[in-house]
Design a protein around this ligand. Structure first.
Ligand code: SF4
Ligand code: SF4
Ligand code: SF4
Ligand code: FES
Length: 597
């Protein structure tokens, strides 16, 4: 075990691992040192000087966020000299641009404003508002008000160091310095991928979320940790609500999959969904969909299911469903009724049976990454950030596949699928090759990659959402619409109109749809069971690595809609089946079936 280093902070003995900064050591001992440019997820740059401390024997004050600890060091964090220096820095920051807090959306939640209160700033010492800076509102989801910017560069460091997108930089010098995008183009025309990481790390009101602006201060909001349901990565997120209304979604810094990062699909898109919700159970009566109560709707669904032989039953499911719902689909239709005609709404990646199935963490350790049959920039964007980050740190990237790939511009080599052998040769010569593969891997490519079984780590990127769980329940065994006389579709929130499947379905077929939004599919249905959406349900999801993660309810289901698993419980009950007695039991059994211990 490495020996710890002991220092004294404000007379208190503190131990920290070698290589720690004074700030890290202070945090270990819960001693608060104010910061502005520092952020725990970012490399420190010592730019703002807010964390200045007095270190015995040093000629000048030192920034705690970059100053390393040494044995026996003595530090003062709030001495008169330190406080005077911090006040001076705050006076400069407040006079530099427009920090008229009462008109700022971040007022109450701003790190700069909090420090103003902490150090008793009650007037401007220096002239202010001497320069006017522009506001750039060209991005769809958030805007940049340069007047509130303190040039801490957290945004630029997040964009480069965490997202590896390198959109943001600083132009000019001194008082005219400004955060800019690419070669100084409007943000909306830049290479920004709208992941919102810069927005999440900004300490002031310079980067502002358009949708949740002025909707509530942090003390007025609730935070619910959950899991993103929009791709099979399953990023950890923090749903911010006020009075049951979802204001915004932040990345969860503690989540093992994404460590705070989200993509546009996870952070913004679900909040901008303008499709009409289905809020009441509906049954077709006299040719028209009519509102009924839950009991009547479930009975109508059961009549349709029981009215045909097992060979005439078909089940289709979105992989957006929770583990619990997929377990119940399996219990009700496979185990309970013996239905075999079941399918998924998305493709499934053919697995390369690997000796060492890896996880996303392995990407950071690779010296060579082969991405085959997958475009993470489109399908699982946070995975593409992790790959680009590894490339920034020196890993070589080889992209294999016949389609355009968003990672190709970052690749050392882009190969057609037929040339996969060259990627295999390179991987054989690498020290830590990682193969990242997806649903477009052909059996020929899979066979070629399999040669690397002894050498490489394999990371599977599944399409869809909870695909691993759906596959574990055997729900993807080749659905044939032409033989279905009654079709049960759990479409949930997925934007799937079903035209191709419905075109092959018998016109007389009875269709039951479990859905959150109106669509051509719900218009065709005989029974519509309204389903709660991502923020309104509890349960679990299995990500592409096989990690089972919790989904938490942050808002009440709209209208009479119910969570996916609860609807299937009602259906099971009406059919006289009893797969489990409680949510906890369903959840535990689902987990056991997905990942047998
Ligand atoms: S949203 Fe993401 S990609 Fe765009 S500038 Fe911010 S960190 Fe960079
Ligand atoms: S926009 Fe925000 S994060 Fe970026 S430099 Fe300005 S204050 Fe810092
Ligand atoms: S990468 Fe996938 S799981 Fe992560 S935020 Fe984006 S859509 Fe959600
Ligand atoms: S927080 Fe240390 S210099 Fe900014």
């Amino acid at each position: 075990m490495t020996a710890m280093i002991t220092i004294t902070i404000n007379g208190q003995k503190v131990s920290a691992p070698p290589g720690s900064t004074v700030l890290q050591a202070a945090r270990l001992a819960s001693i608060d040192i104010p910061t502005l440019c520092d952020h725990p997820a970012l490399a420190s740059i010592g730019a703002c000087r807010m964390c200045l401390v007095e270190v015995k024997g040093q000629r000048t004050l030192q920034p705690a966020c970059t100053f390393p600890v040494t044995e026996g060091m003595e530090v003062q964090t709030e001495s008169p000299l330190v406080v005077e220096a911090r006040r001076f820095i705050l006076d400069l920051l407040f006079s530099e641009r427009n920090h008229y807090c009462m008109y700022c959306e971040m007022s109450g939640d701003c790190e700069l404003q909090k420090l103003g209160y902490r150090y008793g700033l009650d007037h401007w010492v220096y002239p202010t508002y001497t320069q006017r800076f522009p506001v750039d509102a060209t991005r769809t989801h958030f805007l940049m008000d340069h007047n509130r910017c303190i040039l801490c560069r957290r945004c630029a460091r997040a964009c480069s160091g965490l997202v590896a997108n390198h959109t943001l930089g600083v132009r000019h010098r001194g008082a005219r310095s400004m955060i800019n995008a690419d070669m100084d183009v409007p943000f909306g025309q830049s290479s920004c991928v709208s992941c919102g990481t810069c927005l999440q790390v900004c300490p002031t009101g310079a980067l502002v979320d358009k949708r949740s602006a002025f909707m509530g201060r942090d003390v007025q909001t609730e935070h619910t940790k959950s899991t993103c349901s929009w791709c099979s990565l399953g990023c950890g997120m923090d749903i911010v609500t006020r009075g049951g209304y979802v204001l915004r979604v932040d990345g969860d810094w503690d989540a093992p999959v994404n460590a705070g990062l989200l993509c546009q699909a996870g952070r913004f898109d679900p909040l901008y969904d303008e499709r009409e919700r289905v809020t009441k159970p509906l049954v077709r009566e006299g040719g028209k969909l009519t509102e009924v109560d839950w009991d009547k709707a479930v009975q109508a669904a059961v009549n349709g299911i029981k009215g045909v032989s097992v060979e005439g039953l078909g089940v289709l499911t979105s992989t957006n469903a929770t583990n619990e719902a997929l377990y119940l689909l399996d219990q009700v239709f496979h185990k309970g009724l013996g239905v075999t005609n079941t399918g998924l709404l998305n493709e499934v990646a053919a697995r390369v049976p690997a000796r060492a199935p890896g996880s996303l963490e392995d990407i950071a350790k690779a010296d060579l990454i082969v991405v085959a049959g997958a475009d993470p920039t489109e399908e699982l964007p946070v995975a593409s950030f992790l790959i680009k980050r590894a490339v920034d740190k020196g890993a070589r990237l080889v992209v294999v596949g016949d389609k355009d790939n968003g990672l190709a511009p970052f690749a050392y080599l882009s190969l057609d699928a037929a040339d996969v052998g060259r990627a295999v040769d390179l991987a054989e010569r690498a020290s830590h090759p990682v193969i990242v593969y997806g649903a477009d891997v052909s059996s020929k490519t899979a066979k070629a990659l399999k040669k690397l079984d002894e050498k490489a780590t394999f990371v599977e990127l599944q399409l869809g959402f909870n695909t691993r769980a759906a596959v574990a329940f055997g729900l993807n065994n080749g659905f044939d619409p032409s033989v279905a006389k009654t079709l049960y579709v759990l479409v949930g929130e997925q934007n799937w109109d079903g035209a191709a499947v419905m075109g092959k379905l018998n016109k007389e077929a009875f269709v039951v749809v479990q859905a959150s939004y109106e669509s051509p599919l719900t218009e065709r249905a005989d029974v519509v069971l309204p389903m709660a959406i991502w923020s309104e349900r509890a349960g679990s999801l299995t990500n592409t690595e096989g990690r089972i993660q919790r989904v938490q309810k942050a808002a009440e289901p709209k209208g009479e809609s119910k969570p996916d698993w609860e609807i299937l419980s009602l259906l099971a009950g009406k059919m006289g089946q009893k797969p489990a007695t409680s949510f906890d039991e369903i959840s535990a059994r689902a987990a056991q079936a997905i990942r047998p211990s």
